[in-house]
Design a protein around this ligand. Structure first.
Ligand SMILES: *[C@@H]1O[C@H](CO)[C@@H](O)[C@H](O)[C@H]1NC(C)=O
Ligand SMILES: *[C@@H]1O[C@H](CO)[C@@H](O)[C@H](O)[C@H]1NC(C)=O
Ligand SMILES: *[C@@H]1O[C@H](CO)[C@@H](O)[C@H](O)[C@H]1NC(C)=O
Ligand SMILES: *[C@@H]1O[C@H](CO)[C@@H](O)[C@H](O)[C@H]1NC(C)=O
Ligand SMILES: *[C@@H]1O[C@H](CO)[C@@H](O)[C@H](O)[C@H]1NC(C)=O
Ligand SMILES: *[C@@H]1O[C@H](CO)[C@@H](O)[C@H](O)[C@H]1NC(C)=O
Ligand SMILES: *[C@@H]1O[C@H](CO)[C@@H](O)[C@H](O)[C@H]1NC(C)=O
Ligand SMILES: *[C@@H]1O[C@H](CO)[C@@H](O)[C@H](O)[C@H]1NC(C)=O
Ligand SMILES: *[C@@H]1O[C@H](CO)[C@@H](O)[C@H](O)[C@H]1NC(C)=O
Ligand SMILES: *[C@@H]1O[C@H](CO)[C@@H](O)[C@H](O)[C@H]1NC(C)=O
Ligand SMILES: *[C@@H]1O[C@H](CO)[C@@H](O)[C@H](O)[C@H]1NC(C)=O
Ligand SMILES: *[C@@H]1O[C@H](CO)[C@@H](O)[C@H](O)[C@H]1NC(C)=O
Length: 597
C-alpha cells in the first residue's frame, strides 16, 4: 500500500541508463515502504530476522559529504543527494539488535556499486556516505554493541574475567559481512534490480580498517569484488603486544633513552640510507639495503638538540567515549634535550628494530623497518627525579590488560617482572584465545579468488605503528599456502592476477611521513574499479610526492616482490629483483610451536 511500484522503478531506471531522461526521482524510492518491501524475508538470509517496523528513510539534498576514505584527494564542491536509511535486524533467538545505516545515492547517479569503508583503532566506521563519490551505496553497522558510539575495547569485557564474545566476533568480521549481505539485497530491491544483477562490491580501509578488509576477504570472500587493504592491524595478538616491546627493551636494559636521542638516530639513519636506493631525495626507498648495509653504531657521538615542549597526545587507542572526555587533557611535558647519542641509545634502537626474541634467542616477532620513527619507545619525563622513565603505549598496554589478563582496566601500570618471555606468553595467549576472531590471518583466500575478487594491499615502508614486514609475511603466507605447488615465478603470476601488494617508500602509518617526503598513492579506488569493472590489471601504482624537493612528482610504486632502484641511467625508479633484499624481509618465528601466518 502506497509503496512505489518496483516494476515501474525498474523500467524507468533502465530507460534512465545513458539517456537519464526519465530517471526515477529520489523521493519516489526513498520511502519506508519501498525499503520495507526490499527486506529479505525472515530466515532466508543468514538466518537473521529483519524488523520492518524499525526502518527509517529520509531524503538528504545537496550534502557536501561523501568523502569516506577519499577526503584526501582534492575535493571539488561536489554535492550529493541521497537516501538516508536505517535497517535493523536481530539474530534469531538472541534478542539483540543490529542497526545498519544505509546511504543510497539518487537513482540517476547509482552505478550498481556498493562500498564499505573501514574504521580504525578499535572502531568500525560509523559513516555510510563513503560510496557517494563512486555512485555506490554505502553502509555502516552498530554491530550489536552500539558501535556508532562505542569502540569495541570499551565493551570487550562484561567485567573482569568475562569476554563479550558476541561483540568480539561482530567486531572481528561478522558485523561487516552481515552488513554487506543485507545491504546488497536491500539495494537490489530499493532500485528495483533483478536478483541476479551484479552489484560491484568494494571495500577500502587502513590500519584496523585494513584488518577489517582482510577479515572480509578471508571470511566473506564471495561477497567482494574489489578490496583495498592498507597497513592491516592483523596478526592481532602479536601486533598489539609488539607495542609494549620497546618499553620492555628499555625496562630490561634499565635505560630509558631520551626521545630526542632516538629521534636523532632516526634522522641520521634516514640521511645515511636515503642514497642507497640510487637517489638522494630524503626517502629510504630501500629499507632492506639500509638494514643490510648500515650500522647504527656509526651514529654514536652525534649531537642532538630538541626544544622543551608540552605536547598533547590522544594516543592510538582512540576509544570514542574516552577520546571525547580526554580531548586536550592528556598533555606531556618534555624538557629541552641537548646531548650526544650514546652507545646505550643505539642499543635501544637496535634492539627495537631487531624485534622480539625469547630468552632462548628464538625469534618471536618481526619489527619496524630501520629508519622508522621509534615513538613507541618514548619514555616520560619524571619531574621528581629529573630523568626519563617508563611509558607504556596504551595501544599495547590496554590489549594486555583487557584481552590477555581480562582485567577491565585501561593500561598496564608497570612492567614489574615482565621479560621478553612474558611478551611471548602474552602473544601466545592472545593467539590461541582469538585465533578464529581477531587474529585475522587465514591464508587460504580461495573463495575470494575463485569468485573473481581483486585486492590491492599496501603498507607504508616506514610505518612506526604496524611493521611493514607484517604485511610482507602475510603475503608470503598466502602465496605459499595457495600456490606452494607452483614454481616461484608461476606462483607470482598466479597471485598478482588477483592479489597485489605494494610497499610505499618512506610512508608512515596510513599516510605520508613528516620525516621522509615520499610518494603516497591517491587514486586507489579508481585503480580497483578499473581492474574489477574494466579488466585493467594494475602493474604499478601512481603515487604523488606531497612535500619536499620533489613535491608534486608522480612516482610509480613497485609491486612486491620487486624493489625500487634509481639506476644511473634512470629518469624514474625501476623495479628490480633482489634476492638478498627479499631474504631480509623473510621471517620465521621459532619461539612459537604453531605456524604464524
Ligand atoms: C517516464 O516513464 C513513464 C513510464 O515508463 C512514462 O509513462 C512517461 O511518459 C515517461 N515520461 C517521460 C517524460 O518520458
Ligand atoms: C521478522 O522477525 C522480526 C523479529 O522477530 C519481527 O519483528 C518481524 O516482524 C518479522 N518480519 C516479518 C515479515 O514477519
Ligand atoms: C540544491 O542545490 C541546487 C543548486 O544549487 C538548488 O537548485 C536546489 O534548490 C538545492 N536543493 C535543495 C533541496 O536545497
Ligand atoms: C539520517 O537518519 C538518521 C535516523 O533517522 C538521523 O538520525 C540522521 O540525522 C540522518 N542524517 C542526515 C544527514 O539527515
Ligand atoms: C629530525 O628531523 C625532523 C624533520 O626533518 C626535524 O624536524 C627534527 O627536528 C629532527 N630531530 C632531531 C633530533 O634532529
Ligand atoms: C656495528 O658496528 C659495531 C661497532 O663497530 C660492531 O660491534 C657491530 O658488530 C656492528 N654490527 C653489525 C650488525 O655489523
Ligand atoms: C647544547 O650544549 C652545548 C654544549 O654544552 C652548547 O654549546 C650548546 O649551545 C647547547 N645548545 C643549545 C641549543 O642549548
Ligand atoms: C615539570 O616541570 C616543568 C618545568 O619546571 C613544568 O613546566 C611542568 O609543568 C612540570 N610538569 C609536571 C607534570 O609537573
Ligand atoms: C577488576 O580488576 C582490577 C585489577 O585487579 C581492579 O582494579 C578492579 O577493581 C576490578 N573491577 C571489578 C569490577 O572488580
Ligand atoms: C615479581 O616477582 C617477585 C618474585 O617472584 C614477587 O615476589 C613479586 O610479587 C612479583 N611482582 C609482581 C608485580 O608480580
Ligand atoms: C597514472 O599516471 C599516468 C601518468 O603518469 C596516467 O596516464 C594514468 O592514467 C594514471 N593512472 C591512474 C589509475 O590514475
Ligand atoms: C639502465 O641500466 C640497467 C643496467 O645498468 C639496465 O638493466 C636498464 O634496463 C637500464 N634502464 C634504462 C631505462 O635504460
Amino acid at each position: 500500500m502506497g509503496r512505489f511500484s518496483r516494476a515501474a522503478v525498474a523500467a524507468s531506471l533502465t530507460s534512465a541508463v545513458g539517456a537519464a531522461s526519465n530517471a526515477t526521482s529520489l523521493a519516489d524510492v526513498c520511502t519506508v515502504s519501498n525499503i520495507q518491501a526490499a527486506l529479505p524475508s525472515n530466515g532466508t538470509l543468514l538466518g537473521i530476522d529483519l524488523i520492518p517496523s524499525a526502518v527509517t528513510a529520509s531524503v538528504v539534498y545537496n550534502a557536501t559529504t561523501g568523502g569516506g576514505m577519499t577526503t584526501t584527494t582534492s575535493t571539488t564542491s561536489t554535492t550529493y543527494n541521497y537516501c538516508n536509511a536505517t535497517v535493523t535486524y536481530t539474530h534469531t533467538g538472541k534478542g539483540d539488535e543490529v542497526v545498519l545505516k544505509i546511504v543510497f545515492p539518487e537513482p540517476s547517479t547509482f552505478k550498481n556499486r556498493y562500498y564499505v569503508a573501514g574504521g580504525g583503532g578499535f572502531s568500525l566506521s560509523s559513516d555510510a556516505t563513503g560510496g557517494l563519490a563512486y555512485g555506490a551505496v554505502g553502509a555502516a553497522t552498530s554491530a550489536g554493541y552500539d558501535a556508532f558510539d562505542q569502540s569495541y575495547d570499551e565493551v570487550v569485557l562484561y567485567g573482569n574475567g568475562s569476554i563479550n564474545w558476541d561483540a568480539t566476533y561482530m567486531f572481528s568480521y561478522q558485523a561487516l559481512g552481515e552488513m554487506t549481505k543485507v545491504s546488497k539485497e536491500v539495494t537490489k530491491g530499493f532500485y528495483g534490480l533483478s536478483s541476479d544483477t551484479k552489484v560491484y562490491t568494494y571495500y577500502e580501509g587502513c590500519s584496523d580498517g585494513g584488518r577489517e578488509g582482510m577479515s572480509q576477504v578471508q571470511r566473506w570472500g564471495e561477497e567482494y569484488d574489489g578490496v583495498i587493504a592498507g597497513a592491516p592491524a592483523f596478526r592481532f595478538a602479536q601486533q598489539q603486544v609488539h607495542h609494549v616491546f620497546p618499553a620492555t627493551v628499555e625496562h630490561t636494559m634499565g635505560y630509558y633513552a631520551p626521545p630526542c636521542a632516538l629521534e636523532k638516530i632516526v634522522n641520521a639513519t634516514i640521511a645515511a640510507c636515503d642514497p642507497l636506493d640510487g637517489r638522494t631525495d630524503g626517502v629510504i626507498s630501500r629499507t632492506d639495503l639500509c638494514m643490510l648495509n648500515f650500522n647504527l653504531s656509526s651514529i654514536i657521538g652525534e649531537s642532538y638538540y630538541c626544544a622543551a615542549e608540552t605536547s598533547t597526545s590522544l594516543g592510538f587507542g582512540f576509544s570514542k567515549v574516552k577520546r571525547q572526555a580526554a580531548a586536550g587533557s592528556s598533555s606531556r611535558y618534555q624538557p629541552a634535550q641537548n646531548g650526544t647519542v650514546t652507545a646505550e641509545d643505539v642499543a635501544v634502537a637496535q634492539a627495537v628494530y631487531d624485534g622480539l626474541h625469547n630468552s632462548a634467542g628464538q625469534r618471536a616477532y618481526l619489527s619496524w623497518q630501520i629508519g622508522s620513527d621509534l615513538s613507541d619507545a618514548d619514555g616520560v619525563w619524571d619531574n621528581s627525579t629529573s630523568s626519563w622513565s617508563l611509558s607504556i603505549p596504551s595501544t599495547g598496554g590496554e590489549y594486555v590488560t583487557k584481552f590477555v589478563q581480562l582485567l577491565n582496566i585501561d593500561n598496564l601500570e608497570n612492567l614489574d617482572n615482565v621479560t621478553y618471555d612474558t611478551l611471548v606468553d602474552w602473544m601466545s595467549i592472545g593467539y590461541f584465545r582469538y585465533l578464529d576472531s581477531l587474529q585475522t590471518t587465514l591464508p587460504d583466500l580461495t573463495p575470494f579468488q575463485s569468485s573473481g575478487g581483486k585486492m590491492i594491499h599496501y603498507h607504508g615502508e616506514s610505518d612506526p605503528s604496524i611493521p611493514a614486514a607484517s604485511s610482507v609475511h602475510y603475503w608470503q603466507s598466502v602465496k605459499s599456502i595457495m600456490y606452494g605447488n607452483l614454481s616461484d615465478s608461476e606462483a607470482l603470476d598466479a597471485l598478482n592476477d588477483w592479489y597485489q601488494f605494494y610497499l610505499i617508500p618512506g610512508a608512515a602509518h596510513c599516510g605520508s611521513n613528516t620525516l621522509q617526503p615520499g610518494p603516497y598513492p591517491q587514486d586507489k579506488m579508481q585503480t580497483i574499479i578499473d581492474w574489477v569493472e574494466n579488466g585493467i590489471k594494475p602493474s604499478r601504482l601512481n603515487a604523488t610526492v606531497s612535500s619536499g624537493t620533489y613535491e608534486g612528482e608522480v612516482q610509480k610504486l613497485c609491486q612486491w616482490p620487486k624493489r625500487p632502484l634509481w639506476q644511473s641511467n634512470s629518469t624514474s625508479f625501476d623495479c628490480v629483483d633482489d634476492n638478498a633484499s627479499i631474504e631480509s624481509w623473510t621471517y620465521t618465528f621459532p619461539a612459537f610451536k604453531v605456524p604464524i601466518y
